[in-house]
Design a protein around this ligand. Sequence first.
Ligand SMILES: Cc1cc2nc3c(=O)[nH]c(=O)nc-3n(C[C@H](O)[C@H](O)[C@H](O)COP(=O)(O)O)c2cc1C
Length: 641
Amino acid sequence: MIGPSVVRVTVLLSKGISRSAAAKLGEGRYWHKAAQADPAGMSVAGGSGNAGVEEGSGFWPKAHVRENLEPSSSSAHSSYDFTRYRHAGRSSKGIPMPQQSLSEFVSAMEAAGMLIRVKEEKRVDELPRVMEDHPTTAVLVDKITGCEFSFLANAYSNQDQYAWAMSCKKSETGMKMVEASLGRIKPVVVGTAPCKEVILKGDNVDMTIFPMFLHHERDGQSYSDDNLVVSKDPDTGVYDWGFYRSMFRAKNERGFDMTCTSHRARINAQKAAVKGKNLEIAVVIGAPILDKLAALKGFPPDVDDFEVLGSFYGEAAKLVKCETIDLMVPANAEVVLECELMATEGWVHDEAPFGEFTGMYGGGLKHNVRAVVKAITHRKNGIFQYATIGCGHPWYTDNMLQLPAMEADLFGALKDSALDVLEVRADPAGLSNIAYAKIRKQGAGDAKQALSVMLGSSKMAIPKVAYVFDEDVDIWDDNQVKWALAFRFDPIRDTVIIPCMNTMTVDPMIAKDDPPATISKIGFDCTIPWGEKWVQSDFQRSAPFELGEPPAGVSFMAEDAIAKEMESLIRSAPRSWKEILQHFKGQNYRDVYRAFGLLRSRLGRVVQPPFFPYAFSDTGDFIGDASAAPPTSFDRLHHKS
Ligand SMILES: Cc1cc2nc3c(=O)[nH]c(=O)nc-3n(C[C@H](O)[C@H](O)[C@H](O)COP(=O)(O)O)c2cc1C
């Protein structure tokens, strides 16, 4: 209902009707006036304080409609029906799903049958088992003993969920992410947001208000992993947000794992430290999948992640100011931790172990950074989101968000390298360390070229193993993948190994004497080789031959007559057996085969793939440039004389 009504409000406003009257007419609960540019390059909606928010109303708009999106049906629909919009000529302008609150997102998941709600009250220490028991769906625990928050987990854990969030097929998710990541829409700043319902500062900052537990038995402490860490480049002010796991240290202090050298929050922290400063970070806990996909798409430091977020929404992301630090966070945040990352102290604090997404405890005890929490802001009785990572089914945990992100990174990089890439797949079993690409080769070296791009282009430093296939291979079908590996791959020619590349630090295969966080990477060229050395038709797939229904009114011929006609047919040109059968279609098959037998002693085969047709021969069975089978003294059936 709200989507169409928002359009109506906008139209009425442009005709000069008053805001409140228009809102009433359009049933709109929220609107923002035309964006005004502010010095930070953002736009401000609604002015200061609570302006921009309908008084007495819930903050969050139910839904918005962009002009380039059309309702798929004019009939009434639920606000949460993700399928109600279809793309209307959209190109790099965003996914048809505007910024949603976490509770709207939860309702949508529940309606789509993708979320299980646990109604009985749980203790915090029971949460690891609850998560483990729901590997394929999101799970929401309504009530936790001694805690005001409900608990959401596993809400971005598999490719079905990502495809659903992006309104596309699984195989399209990466490509859709590339498309969305090309757009930039400047964010707007709103006066307030639900995450301001409770503001805790100073001594009131106490992380134990959240559900806390030991997730994996060897973890160093209680962790939170659903942390989208927002920071600004100290030199340029450009915004970044990305996931960083975080370990409890004290009620106002947390450790962060920022060891991956290419990750922007780490780079920002290092830049700040060089200036002798700490880094302000805001940790956003809780957001719909779309926000997370946008956050995980890798960009160089000059790209503003919130402009990208707008492109994923198809409209400007709404941001709200933090209370104690000079940062903005998305206005749909459920919980925000405003922190000072103690970059000047360096990477000197213990952090880990943690039951990682690999299903193991990789990385050992790490040297990491700590942060002091200056304020906690959150929605009252909100949802605390947690990322399920590790344990018995690593292919169904929230870290699998890396799959579409890697697909997008690789797809975009292959395209930028002028390779004709058709699809990229990162399958769950490979846990983002294995990737497949399907390409249309334009040059003999394209596959090796593609492998080098795939192994080196994602700033997440993944995958370790890459495969390239031709366009006729369905890379989403494991049987076809293995078939191509079995018969289009020559280990000595088609393997690319690059030593000492960056990798994820949690890989237990990194040897103690390797340079830190490096490992070798391998690529398999599973495409048909080009060149004279290979018979191209040998790679073609066999298909059943269907002669088809006999034509009506065929007059049957005797064996001799068939033999005579077959002789002149073959004398006119060499003929494959398929052609001969097609010529005599409708004749009694026994007479056709017997007639052929009458000619066979005078026939040979033209050495001409793929059919090697029959022709009359004075030189034996092989006609053309065939050399005789090489004699061998070992094979007694292969006679020498
Ligand atoms: C659930 C989840 C947890 C993650 N935890 C970490 C982490 O603790 N440290 C890290 O360096 N990367 C982690 N990553 C990967 C990065 O967040 C990811 O590569 C991101 O792009 C980095 O963001 P940035 O470079 O924009 O700051 C995690 C990814 C996911 C999906």
